[in-house]
Each structure stands twice: as structure tokens, then as C-alpha cells.
Design a protein. Structure first.
Length: 122
């Protein structure tokens, strides 16, 4: 599954219940960092030899921790921004911050990086 699809689903999921102001850029950075960590972990999972059960188990634990972190961030974001669910300007602003922050992720594929850059130019 492409990071663009994951990103789009995550954004839709967030915007289904978000609102508020203050610290939006920082919140976007925190979410982008968690997403980047998740991408790194998924890359590790793809690269590990299936026969290396010790390493596989360690990386699976990292993946679970990354998912927990994403869930916590989502819940915090949802609570903090619950009043802005239908604010188009807010959604666009957050999406821009998140896309820009994701460009700092060294684990993005070339295709995903190009897509984020194109979306920022719009």
C-alpha cells in the first residue's frame, strides 16, 4: 500500500473529528514524525529475512509500538481540534503543514516524495 493512500486515509480519519487552534504546526510535525517512524518500520519489515525470527519479532514489536503512538496522537488530535471538523481552511492549513513536515522523512519513496511536493505546489 502506497504511503499516499495511507496518508490520505489518515487525513480523512483525522478530519472526520478535528478542530481547534494553537500549535497546529507542531501537532502536524508530531504526526508526520510518527508517520515517518511507521514508514521506517514497514520498510524494515519488508527487508528482514523471514527466517530471522529474532529480528522479525523485534521489528514487529516496533511496528506495534508505532501503531500505538499513531493511535494516541490521533486521539489527542481529535480531542484538541474537535470543534473544527467542517472548517475547510483549518483542514487545508493542517494538510499543508503535514505534507511539508512529511518531506523531512528520509524513508519516503521517491514517488511519495514527488506527490507530496506536487500537492504543496497547489
Amino acid at each position: 500500500m502506497s504511503i499516499q493512500i495511507i496518508f490520505a486515509l489518515f487525513i480523512a480519519f483525522l478530519f472526520a473529528s478535528c478542530s481547534g487552534t494553537g500549535g497546529l504546526k507542531k501537532d502536524a510535525r508530531n504526526i508526520a514524525d510518527a508517520m515517518c517512524k511507521n514508514i521506517e518500520t514497514m520498510n524494515k519489515l519488508r527487508a528482514v529475512a523471514p527466517t530471522d525470527s529474532l529480528k522479525l519479532e523485534k521489528i514487529q514489536t516496533e511496528a506495534k509500538q508505532a501503531q500505538v503512538e499513531m493511535t494516541v496522537l490521533y486521539q489527542e488530535f481529535q480531542q484538541k481540534y474537535k470543534d473544527k471538523i467542517k472548517d475547510v481552511k483549518f483542514n487545508k492549513e493542517f494538510s499543508g503543514y503535514l505534507r511539508k513536515a512529511m518531506l523531512d522523512c528520509p524513508y519516503l519513496s521517491k514517488e511519495d516524495r514527488e506527490n507530496f511536493e506536487k500537492e504543496l505546489e497547489k
